[in-house]
Design a protein around this ligand. Structure first.
Ligand SMILES: C[S@@+](CC[C@H](N)C(=O)[O-])C[C@H]1O[C@@H](n2cnc3c(N)ncnc32)[C@H](O)[C@@H]1O
Length: 411
């Protein structure tokens, strides 16, 4: 697939007319056959035996009763399933567009992650899948960031910057961010021109030392209010291979080295729910004890992204720690959660008095129709296409408060 840049870079400033990253992956012939056979809300179980017989993976899934999210097509009327880093293939989750015969585009995935439309992903296509799928949804980060007193912030393992984007929206100021991956750093820098971005590998002590020097120089004697980060989660994630000895697990504990040096007022770390059961809960307990030994009071939250305006079922753990024994207020839940029925297939909205969560249709129905393997990295956008307040929010036309207020009034 080639990505063409139809509009010259200069037009980017007219952001209300521009759409970034609306490009989707190419489907193989067999994957297209799958896509044509799966209805909205459906999955591999809808496939005829003749199609299943053509693929060893599908045959294995059928024989072993694989997850009902595999080879899934999004349901327009519900939030999406978790957007992971594999939305380039239909067999890796529920990533088929609800009404078009293709996979979701980068921009559609970014919308499901609640990245505002001005946020532009840079680098190769394979990197963009990781940048978007690995990110903390900005609206989720914002909900928790709003409860932490504002000040200067440093973002470790910053990725494309979902966590920092939410914290910035909440009023924090990220003065420095760091990641080992060049593409991640480039996307972060492009979207946060005032932040110092340092590419450094946390597994290399000499690079950590340089990073520390840079942080101290950026702070120049000022207090670090918030040290934040999303250490890699491959070792704990239920989506990846479960490997307790994964060396990357220790990156979580390595953050304590920086805590010792920088003594931030607050710490905010994000991770997958699997961290709570890792080594029967001992891994998280021992991490919290280490922070306690440094004088930090800790709180742990398991949050449901759809309750904070994200059109996606994504569960994430947040650890908040504070040096002054202050407990932060719980993040403010605004919308109803999705509950699991007997199977994932029977998921339903758990009303409980809150307005419904944002649906896939509300999130992406304004984006232009494209064919499999097509789209533009920079394309035109027309505000006449807008059909929902969530789209207005993503385009920067209304503020988040107004969005939630209108949704509550509508019931
Ligand atoms: C879960 S992602 C972070 C997502 C980010 N917080 C966001 O909201 O966009 C983890 C990041 O850790 C980075 N990483 C992995 N190993 C690393 C290492 N040894 N040193 C520094 N960064 C590393 C990855 O490149 C990845 O961007």
């Amino acid at each position: 697939m080639t990505i063409s840049t139809r509009i010259p870079e200069v037009a980017v400033h007219e952001s209300e007319k521009v759409l970034f990253n609306h490009v989707c992956a190419t489907l193989s012939e067999l994957d297209m056959e799958v896509v044509l056979n799966v209805p909205p809300g459906g999955n591999w179980m809808n496939l005829p035996d003749t199609t299943i017989a053509k693929s060893s993976r599908l045959t294995q899934i059928k024989n072993s009763g694989g997850r009902t999210t595999y080879y899934g097509r999004l349901n327009s009327e519900m939030p999406s399933y978790t957007v992971n880093t594999y939305f380039n293939r239909p067999g890796n989750g529920t990533f088929i567009h609800p009404t078009q015969n293709r996979l979701i585009s980068m921009r559609e995935a970014a919308r499901l992650q609640s990245f505002p439309d001005h946020y532009r992903f840079r680098g190769s296509l394979s990197s963009m899948y990781k940048q978007i799928g690995n990110a903390v949804p900005p609206l989720l980060a914002r909900a928790i960031g709003e409860k932490i007193p504002k000040g200067l912030c440093v973002d470790l393992f910053c990725g494309a910057g979902g966590l920092s984007e939410g914290l910035t929206q909440a009023g924090h100021k990220t003065i420095l961010s760091s990641d080992s991956n060049q593409n991640m750093c480039e996307t972060f820098q492009f979207n946060n021109p005032d932040t110092k971005v340092i590419q450094s590998d946390f597994n290399k002590q000499e690079e950590v030392d340089i990073l520390l020097e840079n942080i101290e120089s950026e702070l120049s004697g000022r207090t670090l209010q918030l040290l934040t980060g999303g250490p890699p989660c491959q070792g704990f994630s239920t989506a990846g291979k479960w490997n307790p000895n994964d060396v990357r697990n220790s990156l979580l504990f390595k953050t304590i080295e920086l805590v010792n040096e920088l003594e931030p007022e607050y710490i905010l770390l994000e991770n997958v729910p699997g961290i709570q059961s890792m080594k029967k809960g001992k891994l998280l307990d021992s991490f919290l004890l280490s922070l306690g030994a440094k004088g930090y009071t800790t709180q742990t939250y398991l949050l449901k992204a759809e309750q904070f305006g994200v059109p996606q079922r994504r569960r994430r753990v947040f650890i908040v720690a504070n040096r002054n024994s202050t407990r932060i207020d719980d993040p403010e839940v605004r919308l109803a959660p999705i509950a699991r029925g007997k199977t994932r297939y029977d998921a339903y909205i758990e009303g409980n008095g809150y307005p419904n969560p944002v649906t896939v249709s509300e999130a992406i129905s304004d984006l232009p129709a494209i064919s499999s393997g097509e789209g533009q990295d920079i394309d035109e956008y027309d505000t006449d296409w807008i059909t929902s307040d969530y789209q207005r929010l993503m385009r920067g036309i209304i503020a988040l408060n107004e969005f939630f207020l209108k949704r509550t009034e509508q019931g």
